[in-house]
Ligand binder design. Structure first.
Ligand code: TRP
Length: 448
């Protein structure tokens, strides 16, 4: 077998892993959840959970991946012992690959809308109103075309491989994303009404912290760090042995959380600016409009009412969303592609074409039966499967894998690992604390 590919540098890995983490979950999910759950109180709980719960699970995935140097299926089967353990590892690994593929199948639909709205703004600038109307109107034709375009882009990058596809494009796109985000924040904050939004975002109302809020914050943290489905595991499997895993994992978490925080500085003030412009931002029951309507109705009306600058601002905003989606979708596709290539011996190109086509077919089924299927697939994958798989990763690292093997893997990038606070706290933490906390929150979501 040809030698396994690797990321060419630490920065390359950071850009790819942060690119995976930073996506619609940050720019759309986090701000809208914050708006729905009373602003700053949600932000504080989210920050606490991201570092205390999501980061330890991220570390579990990275350690397993780098040690096994294999896809989720091969990796979990490989670290387990005994016939039963290996079967369990194989089953959990396959389930993770399936969920990653299913997440991509709904994510690509939404990402396609972002591309369509971006081109819609470009068509507006060129004076092509008819085209722009078609691009920004929800219809089966438009939805299918842009699903295909977005899946095509994702597959084109993944087919090129780890360093010349995933790493190269993440390294190009992530800095662009940051620049656009900062420019948009500067613009929105200079508009009337923005300060009101800033207050809601930054001044906590502690009376809002309750079980429901904690549950949502946990789901958001898991989704945002791409946890539970083997994405971070497979990226970890392409990471050099010299890298210090706890440090690099912390950097990815910090990067992800910072961009979510920045996105809040954009979206929440924008909602209040829109109010000033007379845009309806609350629904009939008085709650803030937060779902897809916020992105595809409230914000476009805001852009329209801005006059001449509105169209370029809209273009920049949907370009930001498209970039964020693409660097995430490539990480989701890499999970089944690595499995197909490593377990069947197929070339990367063939593996990408085969799995991409399969996922596209599932997406097509969802987009053409949108009302019936979309929300169900989102809930099955992100609300139920992701936390359960997160628990399984903790169990594999804490209970099934040898503690010595674990220490040895961590030592590779940091020889004095045994003396660090990380080694004193983390193994115990993922073994007991994380599974119990995730399970508790999960049960509450299923029962309540
Ligand atoms: N984290 C990305 C976001 O915030 C989405 C994502 C990429 C993801 N890979 C994933 C979510 C794996 C769940 C599982 O948009």
């Amino acid at each position: 077998m040809a030698s396994r590919e690797q990321f060419s540098s630490r920065t390359g890995f950071l850009m790819a892993a942060a690119g995976s983490a930073i996506g619609l979950g940050n720019v759309w999910g986090f701000p809208t959840q914050t708006a729905e759950h009373g602003g700053a109180a949600f932000v504080l709980v989210y920050l606490a959970l991201a570092f205390c719960l999501a980061y330890p699970v991220l570390m579990a995935e990275l350690v397993i991946g780098r040690h096994a140097r294999a896809n989720a299926f091969g990796a979990l089967r490989g670290i387990a012992r005994g016939v039963v353990g290996r079967r369990l590892g194989a089953a959990v690994g396959l389930y993770a690959v399936l969920i990653s593929s299913l997440i991509l199948s709904f994510y690509a639909i939404v990402a396609g809308w972002m591309l369509a709205f971006m081109l819609g703004a470009a068509a507006d600038m060129a004076g092509l109103t008819g085209l722009s109307d078609w691009l920004q109107r929800f219809g089966p034709g438009r939805n299918v075309v842009f699903l295909l375009v977005f899946m095509g882009l994702t597959m084109a990058i993944v087919a090129r491989g780890v360093s010349s596809g995933i790493e190269r494009w993440s390294t190009r796109l992530m800095p662009a994303l940051l620049v656009i985000l900062v420019l948009l924040i500067g613009y929105v904050l200079s508009r009337g009404g923005a300060v009101e939004g800033l207050k809601v975002y930054l001044l906590p109302d502690f009376s809002r912290i309750g079980p429901g809020l904690v549950l949502n914050a946990m789901g958001q943290a898991f989704f945002s760090l791409s946890l539970g489905v083997g994405t971070m595991l497979i990226y970890g499997s392409y990471l050099s042995e010299r890298e210090n895993l706890p440090g690099i994992g912390a950097a990815v978490t910090l990067f992800d959380v910072s961009v979510a925080f920045l996105a809040g500085l954009l979206i929440i003030p924008a909602i209040y600016v829109a109010q000033r412009y007379g845009v309806t931002t609350v629904d009939a029951s008085g709650a803030l409009i937060a779902g897809p309507d916020l992105i595809f109705q409230v914000l476009p009306v805001l852009f329209d009412s801005m006059g001449g600058v509105g169209v370029p601002v809209a273009f920049a905003f949907f370009l930001l969303m498209s970039i964020a989606s693409l660097t995430s979708s490539i990480s989701m596709l890499e999970v089944p592609v690595a499995l197909a290539a490593e377990e069947t011996g197929a070339s990367r190109g063939r593996a990408t074409l085969g799995t991409g086509a399969l996922i596209f077919a599932v997406s097509l089924g969802i987009v053409l039966n949108f009302e019936a299927l979309f929300n169900g697939v989102v809930a099955f994958t992100t609300v139920y499967s992701q936390p359960l798989l997160g628990i399984m990763f903790c169990i594999f690292v804490g209970w099934i894998w040898h503690r010595n093997a674990l220490l040895q893997e961590l030592r590779r990038g940091q020889p004095d690992m045994a003396g660090t606070w990380f080694w004193r706290v983390w193994p115990f933490y993922v073994k007991f604390f994380c599974p119990v906390l995730i399970l508790g929150t999960f049960l509450q979501s299923v029962v309540g």
